[in-house]
Design a protein. Structure first.
Length: 231
């Protein structure tokens, strides 16, 4: 994509300096004309992180741990909510030198579309992502309710986000009773579900390969690439 240019304000016409009045008769002119005033405008700029994939989920779902698992990014990881206060972007490198950027979006809470929690501060970043990864916590008894809540918050903020390609990343498969929760999750949703463990790395390569499939599918110039590998 070519960079876009935006003219925020037009400058005024410049004045003529003393060099303009230089002549054989006047070798050291001391004359100048003032320039015209330009436009003045106050602008509020918003910075949005741009990544191919955006990980969305509730606090402590394991997004930062997943990003550390398959990229060189090193976001903070802790057991308390809102460890991530700003988006972190990691890059997955493939053997054919293709790269996919993944953004760890700060945790969503119910009412985020009303600017609760970190609110708009992170929802804006999701708008720049080509596809979404809903990171769910399999240690919760009904993980599919997390998925519905996340989609509700995105819908209230920007309904077009629900039409983005997505997969469900069911994290913490290494915990007791996670397999049972995973089976129920797959029954409750029609979305693609990949179960992983950010702690042990289980199924991490499957997730990375599927990210590449999503990327190739939604990059017109890459559609014919079918052979690739990770690292």
């Amino acid at each position: 994509m070519l960079p876009r240019q935006f003219i925020a304000a037009h400058g005024g016409a410049g004045g003529k300096g003393n060099r303009f009045f230089l002549s054989n008769e006047n070798r050291a002119p001391m004359e100048a004309t003032p320039g015209e005033s330009g436009e003045e405008r106050s602008l509020q700029l918003e910075m949005k992180s741009m990544a191919h994939a955006g990980m969305v989920g509730f606090p402590n779902a394991g997004k930062s741990s997943l990003l550390r698992l398959f990229s060189n990014a090193r976001p903070a990881v802790a057991s308390y909510p809102f460890t991530t206060l700003n988006p972190h972007v990691g890059v997955i490198n493939y053997r054919d030198y293709e790269q996919i950027s993944v953004a760890d979006i700060p945790g969503i809470i119910e009412g985020a579309h009303q600017n609760r929690g970190l609110g708009f501060a992170f929802l804006r970043h999701i708008q720049r992502c080509l596809f979404l990864l809903y990171v769910l916590d399999l240690s919760q008894p009904e993980p599919w309710t997390q998925f519905h809540s996340l989609q509700y918050e995105l819908r209230q903020f920007d309904e077009s986000l629900l039409h983005r390609p997505h997969i469900i990343v069911a994290n913490k498969i290494d915990l007791p009773q996670a397999r049972e929760a995973l089976q129920l999750l797959r029954q409750k949703t029609q979305s693609k579900v990949i179960a992983v463990s950010a702690l042990t790395g289980e199924n991490a390569e499957e997730l990375i390969m599927h990210l590449r499939e999503l990327y190739d599918e939604h990059q017109p110039s890459q559609q014919n690439r079918k052979t690739y590998s990770y690292w």
